[in-house]
Design a protein around this ligand. Structure first.
Ligand code: IPM
Ligand code: SF4
Length: 464
């Protein structure tokens, strides 16, 4: 019988089928961070049970970490406690821990792939919604709740009902200045922030085949922002090339054996999906959001639509515009910007910094802009320095911060002040997401760079 990529990976991990119930599902890799793991460890403690396979769990500190002066003690007591708890719990159970200051430290969804912990055909979970990022490698990867974190720690399994399957195909050639972030923002704007609820998405077509692994991660990362359980892309030569030689990637004969298996991980001809969507790359221009969910976005050269033109209900759409200070029909280009944030598990990788630098090179940061440029990991930070990108940024008047989730969410010191407008390469623009009463426009690293040097929402194609 023809199977989809998703079916193949799913079926290989079902430990037991329960009639009319969820499957008991085996988990290959488990990532944990300081926010959603302490209560799970407490649960183990209360039940007097241990961690079944400590070598399958990997911990990094990212959400509560400061992005300057990381060598100093963390001032905020709540953050300091969470970070300490992660250190103690991982130490107690023998789990690998890349805490603050560790040379491999960084955002969980950045460090997993860059160290070869994320591999094709795996099942990967983390108490974090953007675990979908790892689907870029042809893994089934999704976020879980704290009680499930406890379940995975204790049994390496969780109970999961099988989601419905959706395939999103984008064919054609992307235009100048159109990045993977624009592709996913475009898709979400077409189907809304709830458009893929209940589905697991496979991305297919030339656009994803031609995309780099980092671009694929950006796309899969935001699957969750249209309600999907996760998103995945069939592994191919690019995937293998990216992984080959990474620190924890399999080596020698084991590598060859795995590649032979990974090559079978693609959707068979004739396999069926519950839903199929098809788009044309030529219709996608650089995107930017104007509202308070990731679906409220549009092409940068267009204007804020009318309530009647969007899928979201009129009341929530108007509330959203009111919060953002926009009106129906407003032009987006020319909007004054206060902050620019380059970073997060969506766009905190080396290609994102290369893209940003390609525009700011030889220009100056606009006076009205506060820019926070935050690498996703120490490895990305080192690459930025090695490739001379730091010099380009410094000459243009920008500073580089240290790795972490930073202003993606206001859980650390990097908070956008109330009322201020940020162009942000992160993934969520909810009310107060980047700081109480702050306002967020989501966009690609090129759009962020264009705003950083002009002080306004600007079409990056002007500079390319
Ligand atoms: C803190 C964590 C649970 C949360 C998530 O699940 O996504 C965070 O990473 C986010 O991006 O909002
Ligand atoms: S960078 Fe943002 S989206 Fe990613 S894990 Fe951190 S807080 Fe969540």
């Amino acid at each position: 019988m023809s199977k989809t990529l998703f079916d193949k990976v799913w079926d290989a991990h079902v430990v037991r089928k329960i009639e009319d119930g969820p499957d008991v599902f085996f988990i290959d890799r488990h990532f944990i961070h300081e926010v959603t793991s302490p209560v799970a460890f407490l649960g183990l403690e209360n039940r007097g049970i241990g961690v079944m396979f400590p070598e399958r769990t990997f911990a990094t500190a990212d959400h509560n970490t400061p992005t300057i002066n990381q060598h100093l003690p963390v001032e905020d007591p709540l953050s300091a406690n969470q970070l300490k708890a992660l250190e103690t719990n991982t130490g107690k159970y023998g789990i690998s821990h890349w805490g603050l200051g560790h040379q491999k430290n960084g955002i969980v969804h950045v460090v997993g792939p860059e160290n070869g912990i994320t591999l094709p055909g795996m099942t990967i979970v983390c108490g974090d919604s953007h675990t979908s990022t790892h689907g870029a490698f042809g893994a089934i990867a999704f976020g879980i709740g704290t009680s499930e974190v406890e379940m995975v720690l204790s049994s390496q399994c969780i109970m999961q009902p099988k989601p419905k399957k959706m395939r999103i195909t984008v064919n054609g050639q992307l235009g100048k200045g159109v990045l993977p972030k624009d592709v996913i923002l475009y898709i979400i704007s077409k189907i809304s922030a709830a458009g893929a609820t209940g589905y697991f998405v496979e991305y297919a077509g030339d656009v994803f085949e031609n995309m780099s692994m980092e671009g694929r991660m950006t796309v899969c990362n935001m699957s969750i922002e249209m309600g999907a359980r996760g998103g995945m892309i069939a592994p191919d030569e690019k995937t293998f090339e990216y992984l080959k030689g990474r620190e924890q990637s399999p080596k020698g004969e084991e590598w060859d054996k795995l590649v032979a298996y990974w090559e079978t991980l693609k959707t068979d001809d004739g396999a069926s999906f519950d839903e199929e969507l098809v788009y044309d790359a030529a219709d996608i221009e650089p995107q930017i959001t104007y509202g308070t969910n990731p679906g409220l976005g549009t092409g940068i050269s267009t204007s804020v639509p009318k309530a009647s033109e969007v899928i979201d209900g009129e009341a929530s759409f108007k509330k959203s515009l009111n919060y953002m200070g926009f009106n129906e029909g407003d032009s987006l280009i020319g909007t004054d910007v206060d902050y620019v944030f380059l970073g997060s598990c969506t766009n905190g990788r080396i290609e994102d910094f290369r893209a940003f630098a390609s525009i700011v090179k030889g220009k100056k940061k606009a006076d009205n802009i506060t820019a926070w440029l935050v690498p996703g990991s120490h490895i990305v930070e080192a690459q930025i320095k090695e490739e001379g990108i730091l010099d380009v940024l410094t000459e243009a008047g920008f500073d580089l911060r240290q790795p972490g989730c930073s202003a993606c969410l206001a859980m650390n010191d990097d908070k956008i002040p109330a009322g201020k407008l940020a162009v942000s390469t992160s993934n969520r623009n909810f009310e107060g997401r980047q700081g109480p009463n702050s306002r967020t426009m989501l966009a690609s690293p090129l759009v962020a760079a264009a705003a950083a040097v002009t002080g306004k929402v600007t079409d990056p194609r002007e500079f390319l």
